[in-house]
Design a protein around this ligand. Structure first.
Ligand code: ZN
Length: 83
């Protein structure tokens, strides 16, 4: 697994090998694999964490991650109880 030459005979960047990739950056672009996505998870107000997920998972769940409507929590709350 310490092969540092890509199948296209170009050298692979050592940092890519360290992260487990076996292709050079040019071949990675050709494979056209969507890069992973992440979101901030606020477990408490001091220490948010980043959750990494595949682009597929992101697309399935992005409606839940992206804020919609007014940015005021009070407005959202009053809108929900009055409907
Ligand atoms: Zn390559």
């Amino acid at each position: 697994m310490s092969n540092s030459i890509c199948r296209c005979t170009r050298p692979i960047h050592p940092m890519r090998i360290e992260f487990g990739f076996d292709t050079c950056i040019d071949c990675a672009d050709e494979l056209n694999i969507a890069p992973p996505k992440g979101r901030m998870v606020y477990i408490d107000k001091c220490a948010p964490t980043i959750e990494i997920m595949s682009a597929e998972t992101w697309n399935e769940n992005k409606d839940r991650f992206m804020p919609k409507g007014p940015r005021s929590a009070v407005k959202n709350f009053s809108k929900n109880i009055s409907s």
